[in-house]
Design a protein around this ligand. Structure first.
Ligand code: DHB
Ligand code: FE
Length: 285
């Protein structure tokens, strides 16, 4: 394959390295403040769990060396963001949002980009003229846990296309394809026209894919819309919305599905697409 053709192919290393670069410039690095006591406690407990596993399962030198080589390759492929977001983020999200009484959220994943083009409701996401996929209208209202309608609330939305690819992480897609920052009306109502994304496989040709194959797992996430919903004085809600009937709702590789996040769209009056309402309730800061 020529280099030119290779450059146009979506690859795990390309999307992994893009996700790594994105994380490095996200402002999230190095912001955790932990005392030496806390670092020691947590690292010792993690290592203790590793020691227990090695003893319990009599892990061999050959297996230890495979692990070492694999960990090196995860970094080389830029797949640490993918690995951590698929296999660890869900429990961090659970801890971080455990005291909320508003809408459920879930993991952000590796493909969020801030400052997508701003649109006012009713909005149509940036997409190609021939964008594949069933048209989908998502509408709803943003309120607070106190019942207040949150006029001007911001609904950031991003999702994969009908082939499961995210703009800016796969080649050949317009920069902001299927990404936008939508401003709700004075009553917090929003309406967003897009297409229904396809079920998505995390990249299978990189190190995370090798782990999945070696363990005999599958790489699927159910189809999903990613959202960040915010308003002044309220906690930011990071969520994903899924679709009833998706075969991978019960075995998401990223363990990020919650029953409250499953949409039940119905056909539109003209039969051309589907529509659904979903309201977001934000906790106070
Ligand atoms: C991954 C991709 C996603 O689209 C997502 O929502 C979560 C994780 C990943 O490839 O790691
Ligand atoms: Fe995703």
């Amino acid at each position: 394959m020529s280099q030119e053709v290779q450059d146009l192919e979506a690859s795990a290393a390309a999307s992994g390295n893009a996700a790594t670069d994105r994380f490095r410039t996200s402002g999230k690095t190095g912001t955790a403040v932990a005392s030496p006591e806390r670092v020691s406690l947590i690292v010792n407990e993690v290592l203790g769990a590793v020691y227990d596993t090695v003893r319990k399962h009599q892990v061999s030198y050959a297996e230890f060396n495979v692990l070492k080589a694999w960990l090196i390759s995860v970094g080389e492929d830029g797949e640490w963001p993918l690995f951590l977001d698929v296999w660890v983020e869900h429990v961090v999200e659970e801890v971080a949002t455990g005291d909320r009484s508003g809408s459920k959220g879930t993991i952000e994943g590796p493909y969020y980009i801030p400052e997508a083009p701003t649109l006012t409701t009713p909005a149509t996401l940036p997409m190609r003229a021939d964008e594949a996929g069933t048209p989908l209208l998502l509408s709803g209202q943003v309120t607070g846990t106190d019942g207040a309608a949150l006029g001007g609330a911001i609904v950031e939305i991003w999702h994969a296309d009908d082939d499961g690819f995210y703009s800016q992480f796969a080649p050949g897609l317009p920069e902001w394809n299927l990404r936008a920052t939508v401003i709700a009306d004075d009553n917090g109502n929003f309406a967003i026209n897009t297409i229904q994304p396809a079920p998505y496989q995390i990249p299978t040709d990189g190190s995370c894919g090798k782990l999945i194959a070696a363990a005999g797992w599958h790489a699927w996430r159910p189809a999903h819309l990613h959202l960040k919903v915010s308003a002044p004085g309220r906690q930011l809600l990071t969520a994903q919305l899924y679709f009833e009937g998706d075969t991978h709702l019960s075995d998401d590789i990223a363990s990020a599905v919650k029953s409250e996040l499953v949409l039940r769209p119905t056909p539109t009056a003209d039969g051309a697409g589907r529509e659904v309402t979903y309201d977001f309730v934000l906790d106070p800061e």
